[in-house]
Design a protein around this ligand. Sequence first.
Ligand SMILES: [Fe+2]
Length: 358
Amino acid sequence: MVQTHGSSQTGAQAVSAELALGDRAASGSLTEIPILDLGDFLAGKPGAHDATAAQLRWALENIGFFYVRGHGIAESMIERIFAETRRFHGQPDDEKMKIHLNSSNRGYMPLRGHAQRHSALNKNPKPNENESFFAKREQDPNDPAVKAGKPFRGPNQWPDDLPGFRETVLDYHGTMSELAYRMLPLYARSLGLADDHFKPAFGKGGEITVRMIHYPQATEEHVRENVFGTAAHTDRNLFTILAPGDTPGLQIMMPGGQWLEAPLVPGTFVVNAGDTLRRWTNDRYLSTPHRVLNVSGRDRYSVAFFVATDFEAMIECLPTCQSAERPALYPPVLYETMFTEFVSANYANQQAGHAKIA
Ligand SMILES: [Fe+2]
């Protein structure tokens, strides 16, 4: 049974290794985001792996988004990362600018530092009204790609004067990474693959990013001028686990094309699939547009956790997602290539000849 916010429905089907491309639900009429409870699966209860994988498959074939509860992440951990998010963004701008995004996209991105400039979803792009702090796991100095100084292997940047900040961010990164790794067999089972199918793509731990975001209140002019906290886009990574905080603002494009403001559901994260998963599944799983508009009347803080494979992973159509009738739509591509194309198109600090917006 897949529960949805405010109601329930029987959308889950038995997991099958067969292609199910033709059986997308009458999804144009869907108006709610399903809630998956991971508790039984994470506890190893008999039958829970199959049942939860079926729910995940239904959600990703029909909506591209779901909530998770029973995820095992302590509320205190989430409270700590939000406290640090507020503390970081509460610093003076010149303090934050000391760790302006480096060439590896780690550090501080000021307001209007990012626009969905090359998104087909956004024909008149304006810079986004959010400021963000980005960090990944600390680099392994013995990684050959780090030693060679390859692009995007640079270090994290930490504020000088926030004792405990670095420790909390890395603790959150490590704890959430464990949850993400434990979810990989669900994705695999949902696609009729061996449970450890995605493990090699995370051999180095994956390119996993914490983004701690502050959305100031939207002004009337912003609303009038179509300026968003984050304009409509799809995520580039494999999947995203969002802690949405206590203030609404996330909007999801539902299958019928209408925007749904994602309700706040206590004790849950919001999870969505990204373009990597869509491509890997031959468009079987959706990478759904979403955006943020903060008209709540107060500042909004959220913490996004972007789960991506190692740069070295080859994203090649999965064997259970192609057939004679539906051959692979995309050639194989290194994740690093996908990532490079995305950041060079969208981040001001990565655009040669483009003035930094700060
Ligand atoms: Fe996103």
